[in-house]
Design a protein around this ligand. Structure first.
Ligand code: N1C
Length: 255
C-alpha cells in the first residue's frame, strides 16, 4: 500500500510542478500584455510553441534551433536606438531599466520577461516539465535553458537597429569575454545594414583600474563588423546608482 501511495504522491507532485511552472509563465505573459501591448500576442500559443521545444527530450539534447517556433510565435518590435545588451551586470542593468522606457534589455521584451530567472527541462519520453534536477548552464552544452537564451539573444541582436549599447562590468579583470552570450552570440549577430554603432558603457567604481583601453576590448572590436562604429565610455557606478534610485532623472543624464 505504501508503494501505491508513494507512486500516487510522486505523480501528483510532478503534475504540480509542471502545472505551477506553466502558471508562472502564463501569468507573466498576461501581466506583460496587459501592461505593455494588449491584443497582439496569444499566451496559450506562445506556451504551446515553448513547450514543444523541450518536452520529451533528454535535457542535454535540446539544441537552440528547437526554439525557432517559439521565437516566431512572439510578435514585438523594439524601437531603434534603445537596445541595451549587458554582460556580468544583470542586477544593475535591470535596476536601471525597470523604471525607465529609454533603454530596453532582452528581459524587458515579452520573450525575455517570460523566462527570466526560470529553470526548466523534461526527460526522454516524458510529457512533463521539471524545474529541479535540470542541467545548469555549463553542465552540458545543449540544455533547455542555455539553448533558449542563446536563441533569444540571437534574435534580440539580429533585430537591433540604430545605435545600441552594452553595459559591462569595470570591476572585472576582463570586462569583455568572447565566450559570454554577449561576446559569442550578440556581437556577432548585429546586422551592419541596420546597426550604426555599438557603445560600450563600462561601469566603473572609484577603486577599479579597468578602463576602455583594456585589451579585451581589442578582442571585441576584432569580432565586431567593421561597418559598425565602436565606442566605449566609462560610466561611474555612483552615477548609475543615483539614476537607479531616481527614475525621474532622464536617461541622457545617466549614461
Ligand atoms: O553571457 P552573458 O552574460 O554575456 O549574456 C548576457 C547577454 C545580454 O545582453 C542578454 O541580451 O545575453 C542575453 N542574455 C539574457 O538576456 C539573459 N537573461 C538571463 C543572456 N543570459 C541571460 N540570462 C541568464 O544570465 C542566463 O541564464 C545565464 O545564466 C546568465 C548569463 O549572464 P552573463 O554571463 O552575465
Amino acid at each position: 500500500l505504501a508503494v501505491v501511495f508513494g507512486v500516487i504522491a510522486a505523480a501528483k507532485n510532478s503534475a504540480n510542478s509542471s502545472d505551477s511552472f506553466k502558471n508562472v509563465v502564463i501569468n507573466r505573459c498576461e501581466t506583460y500584455l496587459k501592461e505593455n501591448m494588449p491584443g497582439k500576442n496569444d499566451c496559450k500559443k506562445i506556451w504551446g510553441a515553448f513547450e514543444q521545444a523541450y518536452i520529451g527530450r533528454d535535457p542535454c539534447d535540446v539544441p537552440p534551433e528547437v526554439y525557432d517556433p517559439l521565437i516566431s510565435s512572439v510578435k514585438q518590435d523594439v524601437a531603434c536606438n534603445t537596445m541595451l545588451f549587458w554582460s556580468k551586470t544583470k542586477t544593475m542593468v535591470h535596476a536601471f531599466t525597470d523604471n525607465r522606457d529609454c533603454m530596453i534589455t532582452l528581459e524587458d521584451t515579452l520573450l525575455g520577461f517570460l523566462f527570466d530567472g526560470l529553470t526548466w527541462c523534461s526527460r526522454n519520453e516524458s510529457k512533463e516539465t521539471f524545474t529541479t534536477d535540470c542541467p545548469s548552464w555549463s553542465d552540458c552544452q545543449n540544455n533547455p535553458v542555455r539553448s533558449f537564451w542563446i536563441k533569444a539573444s540571437l534574435n534580440f541582436a539580429s533585430t537591433a537597429c540604430g545605435n545600441v549599447s552594452a553595459m559591462l562590468n569595470g570591476s572585472l579583470e576582463a570586462p569583455f569575454s568572447s565566450t559570454s552570450v554577449f561576446g559569442s552570440v550578440e556581437v556577432k549577430n548585429l546586422d551592419p545594414d541596420k546597426v550604426d554603432g555599438l557603445t560600450v558603457l563600462l561601469v566603473t567604481k572609484d577603486t577599479d583600474t579597468t578602463t576602455c583601453n583594456h585589451s579585451s576590448f581589442h578582442n571585441l572590436q576584432s569580432i565586431l563588423d567593421t561597418k559598425i562604429a565602436y565606442n566605449c565610455r566609462e560610466v561611474p557606478y555612483s552615477t548609475v546608482e543615483v539614476c537607479i534610485s531616481d527614475p525621474e532623472i532622464p536617461c541622457s543624464d545617466c549614461l
